[in-house]
Design a protein around this ligand. Structure first.
Ligand code: AMP
Ligand code: MN
Ligand code: MN
Length: 315
């Protein structure tokens, strides 16, 4: 992040009174945590802030202060529109269709398409939340406990609890500082990464019972039928892909989650040395080298076949 873009962002925020902040579909902890961290901070400066997630807030984040103020669509006009944790504009869904090019894009995905007027992109950051801690420091206002808790949730989730290959001493020091600012690390960690609903574990069971492998490539599917039979409320995989990636002799794992709109959500995870974002991009998705995703039109079986064929080329 260069000084000039940080100064430009500060000037834009200082000049704005009504601010819209948006993050991505199927929001993860970094999407929700970054949205709340920035949103609550700007509210503290006296700004009129609207926080929007087209898919709403997953129940596992309802403990975060301010999560009840996140809406599913924007209302009215804004002086400043900020998009967080999105590698391209389609990640926000349809919510900005009538609003034109966003003013600011703050993100850490190497596949970012620089879709806004001001693009602050740092692929070295472990989470968008990490970037926000640095960006907000220019205001010289201490972070409240609520803001620290949201931003720490972003860092915890995107690093899977400080264990992804991109973890840095800087991110660890930042987590310590957020804990000093009052964030309850053990509780946030448990709520973000450990605690699951009974249905989520049953859903894992459905996926695990269909797990397949071809050498060091592992995959499984979650169908709409699995989801409905179990009563799992989300459209996601309940993070089952991270369980698949724990198989000792795997290089790449893939999960296929059938959606009700005729698409399939695909998630890839890979060991160091592989770049699954390159395959995700072929299917109009994106992400990071070791973790990528895409939403692909088509039937579960045919999407699976196409994606596995493209993924095998990496091995
Ligand atoms: P997921 O597989 O959804 O857990 O996402 C893994 C990584 O890929 C995250 O960094 C996501 O932000 C990114 N990602 C997931 N789906 C997409 C998509 N459709 N387009 C671009 N990036 C994506
Ligand atoms: Mn995210
Ligand atoms: Mn992120």
């Amino acid at each position: 992040m260069n000084e000039a873009s940080i100064a430009t962002l500060k000037a834009k925020i200082d000049a704005a009174s009504r601010i819209l902040i948006v993050s991505h579909l199927r929001p993860d902890g970094d999407a929700v945590g970054s949205l709340l961290g920035l949103g609550l901070f700007l509210q503290g400066m006296g700004k009129d802030v609207n926080m929007v997630l087209e898919d709403g807030v997953p129940t596992i984040f309802h403990h975060l202060e301010g999560s009840d103020q996140i809406y599913k669509e924007p209302i009215g006009i804004y002086d400043l529109m900020i998009v967080l944790d999105c590698s391209d504009i389609s990640r926000v869904g349809d919510v900005l269709d009538e609003y034109g090019r966003p003013d600011v894009n703050i993100d850490h995905h190497p596949t970012n398409t620089f879709f806004a007027h001001l693009n602050i992109v740092d692929p070295k950051a472990v989470a968008t939340a990490e970037m926000l801690v640095d960006l907000l420091a220019v205001f010289n206002t201490p972070l409240t406990q609520e803001i620290a808790a949201s931003l720490l949730t972003g860092i915890i989730m995107d690093t899977l609890g400080f264990r992804t290959s991109n973890i840095t001493p800087k991110a660890l020091r930042m987590a310590a500082a957020l804990q000093e600012a009052g964030a309850d690390l053990p509780t946030l960690y448990r709520k973000a990464l450990i605690q699951r609903s009974y249905e989520a574990l049953q859903y894992w069971g459905a996926g695990l019972s269909k797990m397949e492998r071809d050498g060091r490539l592992i995959w499984t599917t979650l169908s709409l039928e699995d989801r409905h039979k179990i009563g799992y409320p989300g459209r996601d995989d309940a993070d089952l892909v991270n369980v698949l990636s724990s198989v000792e002799d795997m290089d790449i794992c893939v999960i296929f989650i059938e959606q009700s709109d005729g698409t399939v959500k695909v998630s890839w995870r890979a060991k160091l040395g592989f770049d699954v974002s390159a395959v995700a991009i072929q299917f109009e998705g994106g992400g990071h080298k070791p973790a990528a995703g895409a939403t692909i039109q088509g039937q579960l079986d045919s999407v699976k076949e196409d994606v596995l064929k493209a993924t095998r080329k990496l091995l």
